[in-house]
Design a protein around this ligand. Structure first.
Ligand SMILES: Cc1cc2nc3c(=O)[nH]c(=O)nc-3n(C[C@H](O)[C@H](O)[C@H](O)COP(=O)(O)OP(=O)(O)OC[C@H]3O[C@@H](n4cnc5c(N)ncnc54)[C@H](O)[C@@H]3O)c2cc1C
Ligand SMILES: NC(=O)c1ccc[n+]([C@@H]2O[C@H](COP(=O)([O-])OP(=O)(O)OC[C@H]3O[C@@H](n4cnc5c(N)ncnc54)[C@H](O)[C@@H]3O)[C@@H](O)[C@H]2O)c1
Length: 483
């Protein structure tokens, strides 16, 4: 094995997903040199197999649903989406799985790139197996940042792994819509992909083990999504357990026991089965043991609020790989904190990650916003009522029917939706908010600002929403809470 080496950069970033790209950008802006190592495509999961293609598949569904709900416009809608054109548009958004434009951006801002698989081999030392079969060793003067993302997990169900199941990658890069699709898992990926494939013409069965969908959110959000999926023709099986999976000439055969069936077994047949049962940090083969890190579990690499790894002062882990919040916007936020801390520390500052400082990803603990692009859409930020109570907060929650807001009824005939605020009564501030309904995800940022700014409710009263917008829900919620 020929090992070339001697290269030195101030910062080495492993993984050029949205998080790795942003860390590198931050440190280069701060006057340091940076190398990123990427084994697949610059842009990562988000650009090619996750956020961007999934939302490109879902946007036509929402656009048509919106038009169909407005008398006077609905007559112009004939039929459903055109799958071929939807897939073409999706492919355009992934640049046909080419990273040329993102590589061009790295060049333009002075970030060096090596294509290959990286692993730690010692203190501030990274070994890269390059695509051309070479091995190269690179030293970081100040920091190594692991931004390797996550991988889908496949549960240990007899026959499932052998049945060649789809992961989210297969779903988002699909080239032919299957007649029948089974989706295993009722989290965000399962719900969004069931929504997209049902609209694109698949007969979809969604198999979820809990009593509802989107279990991390307020229960009414999952209930609305169950109703929306069923209305769209999806066979939603709740409280269901898959016992075996087998692929034969006719496709996959899935044995399911579910509560609705008196726990008896039923067979689900499908052309493909999509496994959407969560993700694990991408730490395999990263050489963490070479720097004394062992015993990592599915939760991710443990870091402080500047994303520095406990006990290894030159090592950072940002984005999905640290398991704090598996979302692009939160990973990029961590990248900004982490990059700023690395630059400051390279200059000799301590850059303590005190809460809400530029070196700390404090919002990870208090205000993680999420938008789920189902029909109806779901937007949520902060704690659910149950989470707030479990955390020992004194809580009062208020809910309001979004359909009663003038802006919503103008937006869609028969607008159906709901909103909820969770208030910490001891401080008089919002700690959680959830909105369900068409375009409801756009309501979340106002709530994020209120939570992060700890805006007292009696001051929020003076933030007057425009009439007639859906944002008037804020006024209704505050009125319901009372002054
Ligand atoms: C179907 C789906 C839809 C999603 N939709 C949304 C959404 O709408 N909004 C949202 O906020 N989030 C969404 N997410 C989550 C989002 O994709 C992730 O949170 C985000 O991609 C994390 O970014 P990252 O940079 O940490 O990791 P990634 O994007 O996974 O990038 C990590 C990169 O590291 C590289 N890498 C890994 N190991 C090595 C190694 N040893 N050497 C070199 N390179 C390596 C990988 O090839 C990859 O390019 C979605 C996820 C899925 C699965
Ligand atoms: N719009 C968005 O922001 C968006 C979209 C997609 C994904 N994401 C992110 O990607 C991450 C991964 O999404 P995901 O949906 O894969 O994970 P998830 O953790 O959100 O949901 C996984 C679901 O699978 C269920 N499950 C686990 N094991 C199972 C089994 N053996 N049988 C049946 N069900 C089982 C879990 O109970 C859970 O409901 C999420 O954390 C999310 O933040 C975000």
């Amino acid at each position: 094995m020929t090992v070339s080496g001697g290269d030195e950069y101030d910062v080495i970033v492993v993984g050029a997903g949205p998080v790795g790209e942003n860390v590198a950008d931050q440190v280069v802006r701060g006057g340091l040199t940076a190398l990123v190592v990427e084994r697949e495509l610059v842009g990562g999961e988000c650009s090619y197999w996750a956020c961007i293609p999934s939302k490109a598949l879902l946007r036509p569904v929402a656009a048509l649903a919106d038009a169909r709900r407005v008398d006077g416009a609905a007559t112009a809608v004939r039929g459903g989406p055109n799958p071929e054109q939807v897939l073409e548009r999706r492919t355009a958004f992934t640049h046909n799985w080419s990273d040329d434009s993102q590589v061009g951006w790295l060049d333009s801002v002075g970030i060096a790139l090596v294509r290959g698989t990286a692993r730690l081999v010692g203190e501030r030392l990274v070994e890269v197996r390059t695509r051309d079969g070479g091995v190269r060793r690179v030293t970081a003067r100040h920091a190594v940042v692991l931004a390797t993302g996550s991988r889908p997990t496949v549960p240990d169900v007899p026959g499932l792994a052998e049945a060649d199941p789809w992961t989210s990658r297969d779903a988002t890069s699909v080239t032919a819509i299957p007649d029948e699709l089974a989706v295993l898992g009722g989290g965000v990926v399962g719900c969004e992909m069931a929504t997209a494939f049902a609209a694109l013409g698949s007969r979809v069965t969604l198999i979820a083990r809990g009593n509802g969908l989107l279990p991390r959110l307020e229960p009414f959000a999952g209930e609305a999504v169950v109703a929306g999926l069923r209305k769209a023709g999806v066979d939603v099986r709740l409280g269901a357990t898959v016992t075996t999976v087998e692929r034969d000439d006719a496709g996959v055969r899935i044995e399911v026991t579910d509560a609705a069936n008196g726990d008896g077994s039923r067979t689900v047949r499908a052309d493909e089965v999509l496994v959407a049962t969560g993700r694990a940090p991408a730490t395999d083969g990263l050489g963490l043991e070479t720097v004394g890190l062992t015993g990592l579990d599915r939760a991710g690499i443990s870091v402080d609020d500047s994303c520095r790894v406990a006990g290894v002062d030159w090592l950072y882990a940002a984005g999905d790989v640290n398991g704090r919040a598996l979302l692009t916007h939160m990973g990029k936020y961590q990248a900004r904190a982490c990059g700023a801390a690395i630059v400051a520390r390279a200059g000799g500052a301590a850059a303590e990650p005190t809460p809400w400082s530029r070196y700390a990803a404090t919002a990870d603990h208090a205000a993680v916003p999420q938008a789920v692009f189902t029909d109806p859409e779901v937007g949520a930020v902060g704690r659910t009522e149950a989470e707030a109570r479990a955390a020992g907060l004194s809580v009062r929650a208020v809910e309001y029917d979004l359909g009663q807001v003038a802006g919503a009824s103008l937006y869609a005939d028969g607008y159906s939706g709901r909103a909820k605020l969770v208030v910490d009564t001891s401080r008089g501030v919002i700690v959680g908010a959830t909105f369900v309904g068409a375009t409801a995800a756009e309501l979340v940022h106002a709530a994020t600002i209120a939570i992060v700014g700890e805006v007292p409710l009696d001051r929020l009263w003076h933030a007057v929403p425009s009439f007639p917008t859906i944002s008037e829900i804020w006024l209704r919620l505050l009125e319901t809470y009372g002054r």
